[in-house]
Design a binder for this molecule. Structure first.
Ligand code: CU
Length: 298
């Protein structure tokens, strides 16, 4: 399938997800809604007790689905990490919808937001997921599973992972509009405004030249994960459909509150996926910040 067709399919998928989410929101918001035939067919909707405004990733169990880590991780040791997602019947879920090219997206971030991995585990037919993980340092981590069970709505569940040993938590990196990784420079344009879909444009360059041959990754030219400092709430970010393979990649990020956020952009070039990370502050105004003046709220 060519890239344009893949992106088109991906956008169609997003529309479906939005439709599903709106359905849940209105069902939860109504006062004692009479179950409709379609709701009765979706067990997860009836079991949902979460306000639709609650960001993802803050709960280990939601709508009857639970993330269960099965493997302890030692610092610096490559580990075959296993987990399951159990469903409303208590059994491991084995049927998932494909979103962004994958059935399940697994993200691990250190609680201080200085380490980040976005990986794609493999599932056995009995519903046990596994992925080779190396967490280089001891400390507290948060693992996120982002998925849509077949017959249910999209969910992001979060679980703590503790890696034994002494560790020194690092302060949140200063807010910045530029990030460097492996000779690539990525700049961030746009401002996070609480309660709005905030347009963010990331521009990738290498050796001072704009990169115009980005490779599709997860059905788009980039994938952005945004985590809130303080509780690692996992935020909704939607890519804008793009026919150009760079240098600009545009996203819409919905941040629920003022405060600091850490943005992680995965992009693919030269057959390698790299991550550029930014700290951004959402202060409720759309005023431009500069690198040197970027406030870092405490
Ligand atoms: Cu993913």
């Amino acid at each position: 399938m060519n890239t344009a067709a893949r992106l088109g399919l991906y956008v169609a998928g997003l529309a479906v997800v939005f439709g599903g989410a709106l359905g849940v929101g209105s069902a939860v918001g109504d006062v004692a809604p009479a179950p409709t035939a379609s709701q009765a067919g979706h067990q997860s909707m009836n079991m949902s007790t979460t306000n639709s405004d609650t960001p993802g990733g803050l709960q280990v169990s939601q709508s009857g689905y639970t993330l269960n880590p099965l493997t302890a991780i030692a610092a610096g040791q490559p580990t075959d990490f296993k987990f399951t997602v159990t469903g409303p019947d208590g059994k491991p879920v084995t049927a998932y919808e494909v979103e962004h090219d994958k059935k399940l997206h697994f993200i691990v971030a250190s609680r201080d937001l200085t380490l980040f991995q976005h990986v794609h585990p493999e599932m056995t037919p009995d519903g046990v997921w596994s992925i080779k993980l190396t967490l280089p340092e001891a400390g507290a981590y948060r693992a996120f599973a982002d998925f849509t069970p077949t017959g249910g709505s999209g969910l992001t569940l979060g679980a703590d992972l503790q890696v034994a040993g002494e560790f020194q938590p690092k302060p949140l990196p200063q807010a910045s509009r530029t990030a460097s990784i492996d000779g690539y420079n990525v700049t961030l344009d746009g401002d996070l405004v609480p309660g709005q879909a905030s347009k963010l444009t990331l521009k990738v360059s290498k050796d001072g030249e704009p990169v115009t041959d980005l490779q599709p990754y997860l059905g788009a030219y980039g994938h952005l994960v945004a985590l809130r400092a303080g509780d690692l709430a996992y935020l909704h970010v939607h890519p804008e459909e793009s026919k150009a393979a760079g240098p600009d990649i545009t996203f819409y990020a919905e941040v629920p509150s003022r405060g600091d956020y850490r943005l992680f952009l995965d992009f693919k070039h030269g057959d390698t996926v790299r991550t550029a990370a930014f700290t951004a502050h959402a202060d409720g105004t759309a005023a431009a910040e500069t690198d040197s003046a970027a406030p870092h709220g405490h």
